[in-house]
Design a protein around this ligand. Sequence first.
Ligand code: NAG
Ligand code: NAG
Length: 260
Amino acid sequence: MNHHFLILTIPTAIAVMTMILSPAQAQNQAETEQGFQHMHTDMKATFLIFLSMEDEYCLGTLIHKQWILTAAHCYLPFIEMNIASNEEFFYSDMGELKFLLSVQHPNFSRDSAEHDLMLIKLETPVELNKQLTLAVLPTATDGKTGENCTVSGWGWTWRTPFTSPDIQVEQKVLWFSEKYCQKPPTRQIPVEVTGNMFCAGVSLDTMQSCTEITAAPILCRNQLQGILSWSEGCVLKGDVGYYTKISRYTDWILRVIHTH
Ligand SMILES: *[C@@H]1O[C@H](CO)[C@@H](O)[C@H](O)[C@H]1NC(C)=O
Ligand SMILES: *[C@@H]1O[C@H](CO)[C@@H](O)[C@H](O)[C@H]1NC(C)=O
């Protein structure tokens, strides 16, 4: 097996509405609730930022008082940036954040999922507190197969376009091996997974439907190991997500932060 076709397409819709279903699944799907159930978990991510475009969102992850990490496939310009408060209310009363500049990874291109990272600098540093903390960049380099991780994000309890996302979800997932990611059972054609990416989920053979915000961060042992690049199904419900491997980019990230 040396022919892994490149079939990655960067989702053009930013709030990804995932509906890749077989006829049988589609039948079931029509009968089931498609949104997220409200649930109670103690752990809630406190480093998420909403990046709003017209009627779409991307998640950003706060990694420094003045810097947000997100996916390069998120479209600029952002109209608004807000702290994704984990309180009941969507908008934080800490006010809107002001955008100063953005730096895409220089080797990112729209026809590949490789190097799907972008840094955003805020005009002024944010004030950290219990509700707003920094995600920690990874120290280790590689080899996390089998690790327990958590992907954090926001979704919609109902499919209600043009309203704000209304639920924060923490999904426990497993870091899958590269081999497993390349040949998921739900696919006819192998997926190209390079050393700069990894995939994680609960299972590779289900595909659920939901509306969730893209560029969700994944943490393993409390370190930010990935930013969601693309997925099949719904990562916040445990479907497989393909992540940019942050440990491969920490040098670039730190260099950008120190030179801008
Ligand atoms: C981009 O790719 C070139 C050629 O492979 C490489 O030399 C360079 O280091 C890459 N840039 C970054 C920031 O990784
Ligand atoms: C992940 O969690 C499962 C279930 O809690 C546990 O059995 C397993 O050992 C954990 N894996 C690692 C690498 O810590």
